[in-house]
Design a protein around this ligand. Structure first.
Ligand code: ATP
Length: 361
């Protein structure tokens, strides 16, 4: 595991007046880079030919580092170029997927915003559940064996695959029938089935809560909320029930976009409590805990209970729904603040106060 001392040594050799904010051109790079520019930083986008279009057209990157293949992101030459640019990396979902957790933990010697150790805890479902339980956050009931299924469940497969191949079952018989069907279509294999995650299907409205924990202020902020726009489920529900029965299409939950939403104001005390508790739990389990951006993906039931089915201990894709600020981020300073700009602001303040050791790992 790369130690913070190693990273701070690299950072100490940087020209602090010429810091560049860097990320991979994908996921949430637009507002990470735009936010950094708004706070006065230079920006660099790591990209491949063809995927650079949005970053060029929206002019959010001052420089580009071109690689042949996204997996090249962890190479020595890319790391070297980043260090030459005095770069601080903001990791997002695609960056983590392409760089790989092992590389981030052991090889990627570039200063990073946030706690790199915690990234594994959100990527692996059992570790994720441990933190959520420690934080006393309500999660869907988990079934360890398909034979225990006694209610509607959703079945998920390993890795964040954006909901592909997920299915709903109401009994063990239905579970096995659907597994056979997905295997016959090569959507899943035996290894996936062994590692299938089965949990209670929660009927509720979706709220993905985007928080920012500032170690400098020791405060959790709520910066925005989105809900997901998923295919084919969001198309499927437009078909009247009678026709749905006739066409017999299996739902899938592939994320294709996001809507900004607001939550009933009376639920906000609970929303803040969950964010505060998660930060405290993460400090205890993976010190120094969550730093900066994180997200709780929840479903609100008709009893107004928030059930969390997923957490991100890094910037979540739903933050793209408030690149120009959200109703909540507006409440802090009456300005259109994005998550990307909030991150850049924390980095700027830490550099000014000489408190980089609180946020860079
Ligand atoms: P990603 O990491 O890309 O967000 P994922 O593969 O980890 O996706 P989840 O986010 O866990 O998948 O779930 C995908 C979708 O499935 C959710 O957005 C939600 O619509 C639905 N879903 C997940 N868990 C439940 C649940 N317990 N009850 C009801 N619906 C659920």
């Amino acid at each position: 595991m790369i130690s913070q001392e190693e990273i701070l040594e690299i950072l100490n050799n940087y020209d602090k007046d010429e810091i560049t904010i860097a990320t991979l051109g994908s996921h949430t790079a637009l507002h990470i880079l735009k936010g950094a520019k708004l706070e006065g930083f230079s920006t660099v986008c790591i990209t491949i030919k063809g995927r650079d279009v949005p970053y060029k057209r929206f002019k959010v990157a001052d420089k580009f580092i071109y690689i042949k293949d996204f997996s090249e992101i962890s190479s020595e030459s890319v790391q070297e170029k980043l260090r030459e640019l005095n770069a601080i990396i903001v990791p997002h979902g695609s960056f983590i997927a392409y760089c790989g957790l092992d590389n981030i933990e052991n090889n990627f010697l570039v200063p990073m915003f946030g706690n790199r150790k915690i990234l594994r805890w959100e990527a692996e479902r059992d570790l994720e559940r441990k933190i959520l339980e420690e934080a006393k956050i309500r999660t869907p009931k988990k079934f360890n064996n398909p034979d225990e299924i006694d209610r509607s469940v959703i079945v998920k497969f390993p890795g964040a695959r954006g909901g592909k191949g997920y299915f709903i079952a109401n009994s063990k018989e239905e579970f096995y029938k659907k597994v056979e069907f997905l295997k016959s279509r090569n959507i899943i294999d035996d290894e996936d089935v062994k590692r299938a995650h089965i949990e209670e299907y929660v009927v509720g409205a979706n709220y993905c809560l985007h928080y920012f924990y500032s170690p400098l202020k020791d405060e959790v902020e709520l910066l925005g909320i989105d809900r997901r726009y998923e295919s084919n489920i969001d198309g499927l529900v437009r078909i009247p029930a009678k026709e749905q029965m006739e066409i017999n299409i299996e739902p899938s939950y592939v994320i294709t976009g996001n809507f900004p939403v607001v939550i009933r104001e009376s639920l906000l005390p609970e929303v803040f409590k969950m964010g505060d508790n998660l930060v405290l739990a993460s400090k205890k389990i993976v010190p120094p805990g969550i730093i900066g951006q994180f997200c709780l993906q929840s479903l609100c039931t008709e009893n107004l209970e928030l059930v969390v089915f997923e957490m991100s201990a890094r910037i979540d894709g739903g933050t793209n729904s408030f690149m120009n600020g959200s109703p909540y981020s507006f409440l802090y300073n009456a300005e259109p603040l994005s998550m990307g700009q909030r991150i850049a602001r924390e980095i700027k303040l830490a550099l000014k106060l000489g408190m980089e050791n609180k946020i860079i790992y």
